[in-house]
Design a protein. Structure first.
Length: 549
């Protein structure tokens, strides 16, 4: 223990005072079932015997107690020595006081669940005369050392704070970016508390545009992002800065619907754009990993890709919306046989009805003349007319879709949204918007005039193509045999849709995709491992479209 540290027990609470500053106090009895301050138990750490097998309850209690006590005392080296990654742990634990400026911390363990011990932290952060309380909960897990056999805390940055990830650090000081008050298209204030999915977006907008809109910095505790392009995450505000008002294209009503929609299904994401302008009206996610898949995801879009494939078929004179097509149960392509769902076939079909039923073979067979062993036709169509992969300057980081050159059977797979194609809901909402509007309008979330950035452009669809695509989308959302009809039943106005299911290697259930439009609003949703497009992603899109104009 450091010189000058005083120890006392009051009602089962271990309290320490270091150099006149109370750095730590923590409950060592509650839920751990150990002896007490200064007591020792017989564990592998006290024996020369190298133990193996799962850690015991006694080892979990003893190791977690010692680690939390050392952390509470400010003994970073001692606490780090009780982990399986001493170097990283010591850096993080030292930074807790040196760079995060935590001057007091009370750590209270809860009841262990297996080898995991939860705890709450009640801290005080002080910086240049500003002081504020800070409370949060986290947890640690005790494991057996691979070489020593000792019970050790399995080191993860989240031991310090649950939002802290590898390569990130805690810091307190003058905020790294000016404060903003982001508002929606009508001036309604947008907050991460009311619209959780916008949390990362608001942080990113603050970092990029805070000073441009007249904001000033305050004093905060934040997480330094491990990603050079990422935004720091504010955890605590000690002194508020002056907020600059930032106008966004988000529609609060539509964003609220998007937040409701994704809550219906786990691992879901949705995006909505305005076809006439490209304005982003909503972005929402409900994912266990917190990833913003709505704008950054990179997964196969399944049969929603048939919107672009249809445009390619029509433009190359290989078919039209009302022209007959073949829809057999299967179709071969360079030695690989492609199937329809449950091997259904349509003896009498047009491109429009095949689109509505999502007949895979009807979108492979006609394009044989464009394919062969190497194919760039689909990628050219996606980029030239739909703006995919054109380096969108949306005002926030986005992945703008990818339709790479394909080879052999991969070419046929790409026509139905499989193979190497990568998309996210924002990409597919934009694809639908382009089909409806007749030309690509780059999605954006803040005005172009704010920083004079260059918007991506694409060639307008040839005359008549947009009308046919829109007619096919409408039919899919309204016809009795349309795969989107059930999901779109409660959506009003001029409407259309396309379903999709994407098979992913290693997943027993396909990803559910759905894209649609109603009047001047287009939306697309992804529910990973959600099954058929109309069953999971469809209701999410419908929820969003019902909130539109």
């Amino acid at each position: 223990m450091r010189s000058g540290a005083k120890v006392g027990i009051v009602g089962g609470v271990f309290a320490l005072v270091l150099g006149g500053v109370g750095y730590g106090a923590y409950n060592i009895l509650d839920g751990l079932g150990d002896s007490g301050v200064g007591g020792r138990t017989s564990t592998a750490a006290d024996s020369s015997e190298v133990r193996s097998g799962p850690v015991t309850g006694e080892e979990i209690a003893d190791t977690s107690k010692k680690f939390l006590a050392a952390w509470a005392e400010g003994e970073a080296a001692a606490a780090a020595a009780l982990t399986n990654n001493k170097a990283d742990a010591e850096t993080a634990l030292t930074g807790y006081s040196d760079t995060a400026h935590v001057t007091k911390a009370v750590i209270t363990p809860g009841k262990a669940a297996g080898s995991t011990v939860p705890y709450t932290v009640k801290a005080t952060v002080s910086y240049e005369g500003a002081t504020k309380s800070w409370s949060y909960a986290s947890k640690l897990t005790v494991v057996r050392g691979l070489t020593t056999g000792r019970p050790l805390v399995d080191w993860e940055p989240s031991v310090i704070h649950p939002d802290l990830a590898k390569g990130e650090s805690l810091e307190t000081g003058e905020s790294s970016s000016a404060t903003i008050e982001a508002v929606d298209r009508s001036g309604q204030v947008l907050t991460k508390e009311k619209y959780p999915s916008l949390g990362g977006i608001l942080d990113e907008l603050r970092k990029k545009y805070g000073e441009k809109v007249g904001g000033t910095t305050g004093i905060e505790t934040w997480i330094n992002s491990a990603n050079a392009d990422g935004a720091d995450k504010t955890l605590l505000t000690l002194v508020k800065g002056k907020s600059g008002k930032l106008q966004t294209t988000i529609d609060a009503k539509i964003q609220a619907a998007a937040e409701r929609g994704v809550k219906k299904f786990a691992e879901s994401s949705v995006a909505a754009v305005e076809p006439s302008t490209g304005a982003i009206r909503a972005l929402a996610n409900n994912r266990a990993d917190g990833f913003d898949a709505a704008r950054k995801g990179k997964v196969a879009p399944g049969s929603t890709m048939k919107i672009i494939t249809s445009a390619m078929i029509i433009q190359n004179g290989l078919g039209s919306a009302n022209a007959p097509v073949n829809c057999p149960a299967t179709v071969p392509w360079l030695g690989v046989v492609f199937h329809n769902l449950k091997d259904f076939s349509m003896p009498s079909a047009t491109l429009k009805t095949a689109f509505a039923r999502s007949c895979n073979t009807a979108f492979i067979k006609p394009v044989l003349p464009l394919g062969g062993k190497r194919d760039t036709a689909l990628g050219n169509e996606a980029g030239q007319y739909f703006g995919i992969g054109r380096n969108w300057q949306s005002g926030i980081v986005t992945f703008d879709g990818s339709v790479p050159e394909s080879r052999d059977a991969e070419t046929a797979a790409s026509f139905i949204g499989q193979g190497k194609i990568e998309m996210n809901p924002l990409n597919m909402a934009s694809v639908t918007a382009t089909a409806v509007n007749g030309r690509f309008r780059q999605p954006f979330i803040v005005p172009q005039s704010l920083d004079n950035r260059t918007f991506a452009t694409a060639t307008p669809l040839p005359p008549g193509v947009s009308g046919q695509l829109k007619d096919m989308l409408r039919y899919t959302a309204t016809a009795p045999e349309g795969t989107g009809t059930q999901a779109m039943a409660g959506v009003g106005g001029d409407k259309g849709a396309k379903t999709g299911s994407a098979e992913i290697d290693g997943h027993a259930t396909s990803d559910s995709w759905f894209t649609g439009f109603s009047n001047d609003l287009a939306a697309a949703a992804l529910v990973q491992s959600g099954g058929h497009g109309g069953d999971a992603a469809g209701p999410v899109v419908a929820e969003v479209l019902r909130a539109g104009p």
